[in-house]
Ligand binder design. Structure first.
Ligand code: TRP
Length: 333
């Protein structure tokens, strides 16, 4: 809460191309919050460098991620859209929170375990402390709700623990946030292995549908999607492949699982996969058209980054100086 206003905060990393999993699980749901919350949506470039990045690509993707926020309907007059590294308070509060977070707590984070297995040659302290930077993002804005994909729920729960611990020592410092998991934006799984999450860093390009894939590519990827034995379109744990495609179809059409089962009753997997490809391509077409338009005007994107950073700083500064004062840092005005 900032004053009377409830706050919603979320972030997206500018690493890798964003997938329909990111879209359905998070970004698509962001716009609705502006109705009843003060909303901050951040491009988290400081999180991205916990694994090695090619600088030119990181820069390009930072522009792209901001353009994508705008393309998905986030109105910059109603939402604060900005880039993390342009607001220095994030890194500063993260340091402080590191001093209030246990080694054991961070060791238990499943994302850390996964990423350190995948990047065994570069298990750096930043990767380990990734959740405290995320906690800083959230707590700086006195966030009430953090809309995140299911994979980030554990990090928001850790953020709550850190906030409560800090508040016990220094009462009234932080709002304790609630994670909000998208209702029907359930976890979207890989098209090649439906037991694995669809990940933008997957090496198999057929496993992943990107928000910016063209229509033919989308339809081809769904045609190749791994399905299950049998021939019926039904939502059951025995059919993880078909169930995943049904989730995607349901997210894009708003239809329920029984409705989808009925719609494809007597039809084969082939027809169903084609239909999933078509609704996905149709739904993404307007986002893609907007994206091309926003990306073409770099100057306007930079102006937006500057405006967003100024807005965010105003709030971030207030929380950070409150924290510094409580900790006993000397403040001279
Ligand atoms: N860690 C999140 C992800 O990879 C991104 C993120 C960073 C975030 N800071 C955040 C999400 C704060 C919600 C709130 O998806």
């Amino acid at each position: 809460m900032f004053g009377e206003q409830k706050v919603s905060f979320s972030g997206v990393q500018p690493s890798g191309n964003l997938t329909i999993g990111n879209y359905l699980g998070a970004i698509r749901n962001f716009a609705a919050y502006a109705e009843s919350y003060k909303t901050f949506y951040c491009v988290v470039d400081e999180h991205a460098i916990t694994v090695r990045q090619v600088p030119a690509e990181l820069r390009r993707r930072t522009y792209e991620t901001l353009a994508l926020y705008l393309s998905c309907g986030l109105d910059p007059e109603k939402n604060t859209l900005y880039v993390q590294s342009m607001v220095h308070e994030h890194a500063e509060l993260a340091w402080i929170l590191n001093c209030f977070t246990g080694f054991g707590e961070l060791s238990r984070m499943t994302q850390f375990k996964d990423k350190s297995a995948r990047h065994a040659d570069n298990i750096n302290a930043g990767l380990f402390a990734y959740p405290t930077l995320m906690a800083a993002d959230i707590l700086l804005y006195q966030t009430d709700v953090g809309p995140v994909g299911v994979d980030q729920k554990q990090h928001v729960e850790l953020t709550r623990d850190i906030a409560e611990r800090f508040n016990q020592l220094y009462p009234g410092t932080f709002t304790v946030p609630e994670p909000v998991i998208a209702k029907n934006g359930m976890k979207i799984m890989s098209l090649a292995d439906p037991t694995k999450k669809m990940s933008k860093s997957d090496e198999n390009p057929n496993a992943v549908v990107y928000i910016l894939d063209d229509r033919d590519t989308i339809i081809r990827k769904f045609k190749r999607a791994v399905t299950d034995s049998g021939a019926e379109v039904s939502y059951t744990p025995e059919k993880p492949g078909i169930s995943n495609l049904m989730t995607i179809y349901s997210c894009f059409t708003g239809k329920t699982m029984p409705q989808i089962e009925k719609e494809f009753d007597g039809k084969g997997y082939g027809d169903f996969k084609l239909a999933v490809g078509e609704v996905t391509a149709d739904a993404l077409a307007p986002v893609q058209a907007n994206f091309a338009r926003y990306l073409a005007d770099k100057g306007a994107l930079e102006a937006q980054m500057k405006k967003g950073a100024e807005e965010a700083s105003y709030y971030a500064r207030r929380t950070l100086s409150k924290v510094q004062k409580k900790l006993g840092f000397v403040q001279i005005r």
